[in-house]
Design a binder for this molecule. Structure first.
Ligand code: PLP
Length: 404
């Protein structure tokens, strides 16, 4: 499918509203939603050529759809990669990555602070098929280097991480991966291309859960891999065709329209998150705030370099407590006092969402594993939305003030 623009020549804000497949003959201004599972072929000869991959053209909904193609082209333009391939969820994208790049006997080095389901998929599910994995501390480059073996094919990182916002050095990890002849894949769910473009720092594949900030309004599940065209066409498209983790056209259309406001949302949510982090840091009931935009964050300078000077929209903080039991009780008290922010484990919504990671997203870990990962019972995660800062601080103050 021919593009109307050279996406590289457009500023990201422009690409976010303009890159799409050509308009239909009806001239719609908003991108069309093509709800169809099959396509009528102009001739038997054309059908044969399309199925053989010798001619462009849609054949069947599992393989491709024009609305989905618009989302893929727009996201690739934002990430600065040659291509993207959409999937039904973020986890489906990570499964596609694994099925496309790995085989029995291969080894993966993975940050131990990755999203919980990613750790389960890479560490347990893939082990059943003979893929080995080593999990390393997110910010310890020596540990990444030491974990690489002659069988290592993939390095997998996420930055900033959930919920502690640890930041890793993408360029340094790309060097380690490429020196070993391996690929680096980076989950860019938290920063999004509005703040950080991992491919610019050398990442080979950029992973997305479109469910989060790309949709940005908490409506649909979606995912994608952004990569060079050769990887997409030779490694990932064959997986899509046989495994069928296809993004539904309606969901693709919702996320496509979500991308139009991505820059505005991320900048606004990031600015509110910074102000909220500063407010939390000054509150007497708060022991510690995790936010890359604060100068006290261990990777603050790196985060500012890598994320366009923004800390992102996720803030985590610990309430003061003298024991894990007290920490849990106090964190629950703050969460139960909320009247505005939603108690929800999702993130990346225009509505502010608060959660208690130790009993929800990280609830399946043992207490020892949780402590090793730094997820204390006193920890609360806030995915900052578009509400006014004063309303958010008033909402959190209700619970926090009662603890002082
Ligand atoms: C949510 C999330 C995923 C998984 O995405 P789904 O769309 O829920 O499948 C992967 N990585 C990160 C960092 C996430 O936050």
């Amino acid at each position: 499918m021919r593009r109307r623009f050279d996406p590289v020549a457009l500023h990201p804000e422009t690409a976010a509203v303009r890159v799409a497949v050509p308009r239909s003959p009806y001239g719609e201004n908003a991108e069309a939603l093509y709800l169809t599972s099959g396509y009528v072929q102009p001739s038997a000869e054309a059908a044969a050529a399309r199925f053989a991959g010798d001619e462009d053209g849609y054949t069947y909904g599992r393989y491709g759809n024009p609305t989905t193609a618009s989302f893929e082209q727009r996201l690739a333009a934002l990430e600065g990669t040659e291509a993207a391939i959409a999937t039904s969820s973020g986890m489906a994208a990570i499964l596609m990555l694994a099925l496309g790049l790995l085989q029995a006997g291969d080894h993966v080095v993975c940050s131990r602070s990755m999203f919980g389901a990613t750790i389960k998929l890479i560490g347990s599910d893939l082990a059943k098929f003979g893929v080995q994995a080593t999990f390393v501390p997110q910010t310890d480059l020596d540990a990444w280097r030491a974990a690489v073996t002659p069988r290592t094919r993939l390095l997998l990182a996420e930055t900033p991480t959930n919920p502690l916002t640890e930041v890793c050095d993408i360029a340094a990890l790309a060097d380690i991966a490429h020196a070993a002849g391996a690929w680096l894949a980076v989950d860019n769910c938290f920063a999004t291309p509005a703040l950080q473009r991992p491919a610019e720092f050398g990442a080979d594949v950029v992973i997305h859960s479109g469910t989060k900030f790309l949709d940005g309004q908490g409506r649909v599940m979606a995912g994608a891999l952004c990569a060079p065209r050769a990887l997409v066409e030779e490694k990932f498209l064959p997986v899509l065709r046989s495994a069928g983790m296809t993004l539904a056209p309606f969901n693709a259309w919702v996320v496509l329209k979500g991308l139009e406001t991505l820059h505005l949302r991320l900048r606004a949510q990031s600015a509110t998150a910074l102000a909220l982090a500063q407010w939390l840091q000054a509150h007497p009931a708060v022991a510690r705030v995790h936010y890359p935009g604060l100068p006290g964050h261990p990777q603050h300078a790196l985060a500012m370099r890598q994320q366009g000077g923004c800390g992102g929209a996720i803030v985590a903080f610990e309430v003061k407590a003298t024991s894990p039991e007290e920490g849990r009780a106090r964190a629950f008290a703050v969460l139960d006092a909320l009247r505005l922010a939603s108690l929800s484990t999702n993130l990346g919504d225009t509505k502010t969402l608060c959660s208690h990671p130790a009993s929800t997203s990280h609830g399946r870990l043992t207490e020892a594993q949780r402590q090793a990962a730094g997820i204390s019972q006193a920890l609360i995660r806030v995915s900052v939305g578009l509400e006014h800062l004063d309303d958010l601080t008033a909402d959190l103050a209700r619970g926090l003030d009662a603890l002082v």
